[in-house]
Design a protein around this ligand. Structure first.
Ligand code: GTP
Ligand code: MG
Length: 239
C-alpha cells in the first residue's frame, strides 16, 4: 500500500478526548520499549513522526495519526513499566484500557513482542487479556535485527506454544525490524486487507459487522462496552 499522506491528529489523555470514530483505526500496543513508536514510523514511512526514545515509558498519551485521509494509526503507551514490571503483570493506564475495550473504530491491534526474548509472563498476561476482552489483534515480533534468525524462530515458537491452547485458531504472527526496515509491506498488507473488508461492507461470516464501522455514537449517548464490542467489525479476530 502506498502512503500518500500521514498527518498527526492529536495526543489524547483519555478515550473521551480521542477524535470521532469516523475512520478505521489500527493501534500499536506492547511492553514499554518494545518498539511501538518506531514501528508506526516505519509503516508511515516517516522518521520522527511518532516520538521514539530508549527510555521505557516514553509514550504517555494516545497518539493518533491519519493516513491517506482514510484510516488511522494509533501509538499507545506501553505496559510493564514502573510497578507493573515488578509484579510481572501487565499494567497500563486506564485510558489505554478504555481505548482498547471501548473504541468502536478500532479494527485491529498490533500486539508487539520482543523477538529477542523467550515468552515473558507480562506479555502472556496481556495476550490473555486481549482475548478475554475480545479485542482483535495480530502478533508482531519486533527488533529482529538484534538477534540471529534461529533465535527469533525459537522465541516465536516458544511463545506460540504457550498460547496455542487458548485459541481454536492461532493469532496471525508477523516479524519486523524498524531499524532494518523489514516487515513494512507485510503489515501494511494486514491493514489493506482489513480496509478492503470494510469497504466491501462486512466480512462474509461476520454478521455482527453489518453496522457501519464508521458510524459515530449519537451525541451525548454512551453505548455500553458490550454493545460497542458487538458493533466492531471483528476483522482481524484470530480465533
Ligand atoms: N535494534 C532495534 N532497535 C529498535 C527497533 N525498534 C525500536 N528500537 C529501539 O528501541 C527503543 C524503544 O523504541 P520505541 O519505538 O520508542 O519503543 P516504544 O514501544 O514506543 O516505547 P514506549 O513509548 O516507551 O512504550 C529505541 O531506542 C528504538 O530506537 C528495531 O527494530 N531494532
Ligand atoms: Mg512509544
Amino acid at each position: 500500500m502506498h502512503i500518500a499522506s500521514a498527518i498527526f491528529d492529536c495526543s489524547a489523555p483519555d478515550l473521551d478526548s480521542c477524535p470521532d470514530e469516523s475512520l478505521p483505526e489500527f493501534a500499536f500496543i506492547g511492553r514499554s520499549n518494545v518498539g511501538k513508536s518506531s514501528l508506526l514510523n516505519l509503516l508511515a514511512g516517516k522518521e520522527n513522526f511518532a516520538r521514539v526514545s530508549p527510555t521505557p515509558g516514553f509514550t504517555k498519551l494516545i497518539n493518533i495519526f491519519t493516513m491517506n485521509k482514510t484510516w488511522r494509526l494509533v501509538d499507545l503507551p506501553g505496559y510493564g513499566f514502573a510497578e507493573g514490571a515488578r509484579k510481572a503483570r501487565f499494567k497500563f493506564n486506564r485510558a489505554v484500557d478504555e481505548y482498547l475495550r471501548h473504541r468502536q473504530s478500532l479494527c485491529c491491534v498490533f500486539a508487539l513482542l520482543d523477538s529477542g526474548l523467550p515468552p515473558q509472563d507480562i506479555d502472556l498476561y496481556f495476550i490473555a487479556w486481549l482475548a478475554r476482552n475480545s479485542v482483535p489483534f495480530v502478533l508482531v515480533f519486533t527488533k529482529t535485527d538484534k538477534v540471529k534468525p534461529a533465535e527469533v524462530e525459537a522465541n516465536i515458537a516458544a511463545f506460540t506454544a504457550r498460547i496455542s491452547g487458548w485459541f481454536e485458531k492461532l493469532p496471525t504472527i508477523h516479524a519486523c525490524s524498524a531499524t532494518a526496515k523489514h516487515g513494512r509491506e507485510e503489515l501494511l498488507g494486514v491493514i489493506d486487507e482489513a480496509l478492503k473488508v470494510i469497504q466491501a461492507g462486512a466480512g462474509p461470516d461476520q454478521p455482527e459487522a453489518e453496522a457501519p464501522l464508521a458510524a459515530p455514537a449519537a451525541p451525548g449517548r454512551k453505548e455500553s462496552a458490550r454493545t460497542a464490542r458487538k458493533r466492531r467489525p471483528d476483522l482481524a479476530r484470530p480465533w
